[in-house]
Design a protein around this ligand. Structure first.
Ligand SMILES: Nc1ncnc2c1ncn2[C@@H]1O[C@H](COP(=O)(O)OP(=O)(O)OP(=O)(O)O)[C@@H](O)[C@H]1O
Ligand SMILES: [Mg+2]
Length: 252
């Protein structure tokens, strides 16, 4: 269980200039184990910032991140690296290493964690490539793959650490709708198979409806609505949610 407690994030905080930006304001969220949690909101609402505070790529200016009862907010060094292995992130641009083969990319977390890659690690990486349907691409290089295939390599790499949580920021926006569906179905199936918690930022309400169990709506750095997807989509309470769902009557 990830508990986000009174988290605020102000960029440019230290300089105390007029240009400081309140990206997150007093965020409180609980993300349960095995949940598939969608985060939606307009551009600039704070979605990426929020997800990056979960794995501490951004440190909250205020508030705490508590995971399974452990306050992780101030972790550093080896503890931070160990935490990040539990909370994997799939980046918008896939983040693959161009000079390394697909197999070596998937093995990279093992290398980063232990300084070496064992035969067992390689066997596990091949299993994961099999799981994402890319067993035959193990020796290829990222630039020889389509966007959707690169995305699947990124998922296999994320799974290499046996994470408890996968964070996914717009992971599908660079893809065509068919590849997007394949990827999201894969993530949903993996979540169902392994119980891994998913936190997904998306601009697609279809995506939320199809793969998420819970959703939070951000507006100007604040959570304006949250709850089970079925409830929120059937009866959106916040204006921001209605706008995102296209349920606003512009002529009213
Ligand atoms: N490194 C940074 N330095 C200063 N301001 C930042 C930084 N990163 C984000 N911001 C600001 O914080 C706010 C939230 O940005 P964020 O990237 O979290 O939005 P988002 O909801 O992910 O938007 P999008 O849907 O466009 O990706 C924005 O006003 C943005 O300009
Ligand atoms: Mg973003």
């Amino acid at each position: 269980m990830i508990s986000i407690q009174h988290v605020s994030k102000t960029y440019g905080h230290a300089e105390r200039t007029a240009r400081s930006v309140s990206a997150l304001v007093d965020i409180n969220l609980e993300i349960g184990d095995g949940e598939r949690f969608g985060i939606i909101g307009m551009s600039g609402a704070g979605k990426s910032t929020l997800v990056r505070t979960i794995n501490l790529l951004e440190r909250p200016t205020e508030g705490r991140i508590v995971v399974d009862g452990q306050d992780v907010t101030d972790l550093t060094g080896a503890d931070l690296r160990a935490y990040r292995r539990r909370v994997a992130m799939i980046f918008q641009n896939f983040g693959l290493l161009a000079q390394k083969s697909v197999l070596d990319n998937v093995c990279f977390p093992f290398l980063a964690a232990t300084g070496r890659v064992t035969a067992e690690n390689r066997a596990r990486a091949r299993e994961l490539l099999e799981r994402v349907g890319l067993a035959e691409k193990a020796e290829a290089y990222p630039n020889q793959l389509s966007g959707g295939q690169q995305q699947r390599v990124a998922i296999a790499r994320a799974l290499a650490c046996d994470p408890e949580v996968i964070l996914c920021d717009e992971a599908t926006s660079a893809l065509d709708p068919k590849s997007t569906n394949t990827i999201l179905k894969l993530l949903r199936d993996i979540s169902l198979e392994t119980g891994v918690t998913l936190v997904v930022i998306t601009h697609s309400m279809d995506v939320v409806e199809k793969i998420c169990t819970q959703v939070a709506v951000l507006e100007d750095g604040r959570v304006v609505e949250q709850g089970p997807v079925e409830r929120v989509f059937a009866a959106p309470a916040a204006e921001a949610t209605r706008v995102l769902l296209g349920k606003v009557d512009w002529d009213a």
